[in-house]
Design a protein around this ligand. Structure first.
Ligand SMILES: [Zn+2]
Length: 270
C-alpha cells in the first residue's frame, strides 16, 4: 500500500494499528481481571473498567457514554445504518468471549438448549445449537445480556432459544448443498457471502417473513464480531485475519439490501 508520508490515511492506519495492539492488551487485562486498560480518552474521574467498550471499527476503547460520539465520526466507520444503541451492543459483543467463563455458564446454556422443542419440519436444530461453536457463543452472549436469574423473565429464555434456532436453521440451509456439514464459522467469510445472502433470503421466504431476513442480518453481524474475538482468544491466525464487519444489512424504504464491505488491507502485514 502506497501512502504519502503525511497523508491522513497513513496517520489513521497507524492509529488503527496502535489500537489493535492496545485492544489485545486490554482484552488480556479484562480476562485476567488485573492491569490497566489503555483507552482513547481518559476519564475525568475514576470509572470502572467495565464501562469501557471498543469501537467496532477501529478497536479503540471509549467510555460507554462517549462511544457513540466517537463511532459516528470514526474514520473507519461504515456509517449510515447503525444507531447509538448498536455501537454499545456491538462493542460489548466483541468483549463477551473474553469475559468468562465459569463452568456454570456452559451448564446454563446446555439447559436452555435442552428445553428447545424439535419440530418435524426442521429436525436436528437442537443438535446444531448444542454443537456449533459460534451458535453456542451467540447463545452465551444473549444469556450474558439477560443478567442474573432474578432479573430474567421466563419469556427471555424463550427468546434466546428462538434466536439460536433461527441461526441453526440458517446454518442447515447453508449446508444443504454441501457434501459434509460445516460449522457456521466457515460461512462467515467473503467467499461465502453470496451463499449466506441467498440462504437468508430463502429462510425468510419460507417463513413468509421479510422481517426475518433483517433479523438474521443483524444476528450474522453479531456472530461475525464474536468469531473475530474467539479467534483472537484462541490465537488462531487463520480466523482472526477475517474482516470483522463483513456485513451491512440495510432496510431502506422497505427494501432489504445486503452489502459486502470492502476488506481493509492489514497494515501490519506490509
Ligand atoms: Zn473507531
Amino acid at each position: 500500500m502506497q501512502m504519502s508520508l503525511k497523508s491522513r490515511k497513513r496517520r489513521m492506519e497507524l492509529q488503527k494499528l496502535l489500537n489493535e495492539g492496545n485492544y489485545k492488551h486490554n482484552v488480556e487485562v479484562l480476562q485476567k481481571g488485573e492491569g490497566a486498560l489503555v483507552v482513547c480518552r481518559r476519564p475525568h474521574s475514576s470509572t470502572c473498567a467495565s464501562e469501557y467498550i471498543p469501537c467496532e471499527f477501529c478497536k479503540g476503547f471509549f467510555h460507554e457514554k462517549q462511544l457513540w460520539i466517537h463511532a459516528k465520526s470514526c474514520y473507519f466507520a461504515d456509517n449510515g445504518y447503525d444507531n447509538e444503541k448498536n455501537f454499545v451492543r456491538n462493542g460489548r459483543c466483541m468483549l463477551a468471549p473474553f469475559l468468562r467463563r465459569a463452568d456454570n455458564d456452559e451448564n446454563n446454556l446446555n439447559s436452555v438448549i435442552e428445553k428447545m422443542k424439535e419440530t418435524e419440519k426442521y429436525p436436528g436444530l437442537k443438535e446444531t445449537c448444542f454443537h456449533d461453536e459460534l451458535i453456542r457463543e451467540f447463545g452465551m452472549w444473549l444469556l450474558d445480556k439477560l443478567g442474573n436469574d432474578d432479573e430474567q423473565r421466563r419469556k427471555d429464555l424463550d427468546n434466546v432459544r428462538t434466536k439460536m434456532r433461527s441461526l441453526a436453521r440458517l446454518l442447515s440451509k447453508l449446508n444443504e448443498p454441501k457434501l459434509f456439514a460445516q460449522p457456521l464459522c466457515n460461512f462467515l467469510c467473503a467467499k461465502e457471502f453470496n451463499a449466506v445472502v441467498t440462504a437468508v433470503k430463502s429462510c425468510s421466504k419460507e417463513a413468509d417473513s421479510p422481517q426475518l431476513a433483517l433479523t438474521l442480518g443483524h444476528y450474522i453481524k453479531q456472530v461475525a464480531l464474536l468469531k473475530a474475538s474467539v479467534a483472537l482468544q484462541k490465537d488462531d491466525p487463520t480466523k482472526k485475519k477475517q474482516p470483522m464487519s463483513l456485513w451491512r444489512c440495510i432496510l431502506h424504504n422497505g427494501i432489504l439490501r445486503f452489502q459486502l464491505l470492502p476488506i481493509e488491507e492489514n497494515v501490519s502485514e506490509l
